[in-house]
Design a protein around this ligand. Sequence first.
Ligand code: C6P
Length: 410
Amino acid sequence: MDVEKTFDVHRIREDFPILKQVVNGKPLVYLDNAATSQKPQVVLDEMNRYYLEENSNIHRGVHFLSDKATQSYEAARKKIRNFINANDHREVIFVRGTTEGVNLVASSYARRFLKEGDEIIISAMEHHSNIVPWQMLRDEKGVKLRVIPMNDNGELLIDEYETMFTNRTKFVAIVHVSNALGTINPVKQMVNIAHRHDVPVLIDGAQAVPHMRIDVQDIDADFYTFSAHKMYGPTGVGILYGKRRLLEEMIPYQGGGDMIKSVTFEKTIYNDLPHKFEAGTPNIVGGVGFGATIDFINGIDFDAAIAHEEEVLGYATNVLSDIKRVRIIGTAREKASVLSFTIDGIHPHDIGTILDDDGIAIRTGHHCAQPVMIRFGIPATARASFAMYNTKEEVDVLAKGIHKVIEVLG
Ligand code: C6P
């Protein structure tokens, strides 16, 4: 079936005013969605409305505006809870983004429960935000990091993963979709393997939630974290989902207002979930905007949007594979959104600069996943990453741009 018939990408593009821009005299072709996606008008309107009509601090005031702001913020939490099918809204903690989600778990769970000699399993394709917090813990507590290897297509070796568990293995932290390769990891199976060894799992869902339906109960993730800004929502807000039993056992790593029930100089009693982990005034407008983002996604045929993205990615993969000297990095069977590539003899930064002259926005560099670059023996890649509003015509513009890069730089 031709998904273009059931998903009107040109209609969806109307919802994103920024896409109409002209850059360097050319229509903007925005292919840097893995870094951050664009925001629909309805999300911008809702954030504006919040500031115009409700702006106030939450959970604190008895007055009208504070009550309204609290209701909007907490309504957003419940929308997000339904979106990821969490069992309870208290399992949905607002954080700054995926990075903070991982740091929260490393600090409040692993620092408390792991001891010297214990092992944490991560994978060879992690973003730095799911490496560095565990290294900091390693240096502080003497825990060990073990890394699941991957093959030349950028697929994790699940058989090897299975053999890595010992009685010292106490935690697993893995990415759902790689931002550098696009690989979709079989996280449900990987969680199942870890649970057979009674080991909890954190999943970095930053690149998964915008491109597939996520059911945290079906995956049986113990923790799952993601950022609003990669899924058409605002920057500076994201979610850490955690199973209630685990969150209840954990001690907050940030103290301050809102996360307490009572404070004396002798003793503090922490607040109930989820507020226990939400110290200080949060990104209220971000949370409200995130709620509007969920409404936006629920208001479209998200399954058709996902199918459209798959079709665009498949098309782009074919078109770029046909260009001589282009090497695609990340050729896993299961992929989402990301097309990383190199051009023989040309530095990725030069590719990005020349494409920018034609209004094409891609990301070049190591994508905060330096170990992936080392694994493939390259310093960097050029990366086109797609969202639901991208078209095959834009892929053609990208291909034309790549031909121009080869022509200009030889
Ligand atoms: N990747 C990219 O261009 P934050 O910055 O906290 O919202 O998300 C961090 C993060 C964590 N995990 C994965 C898999 C990610 O892709 C990212 C962010 C961006 O690929 C910016 S480096």
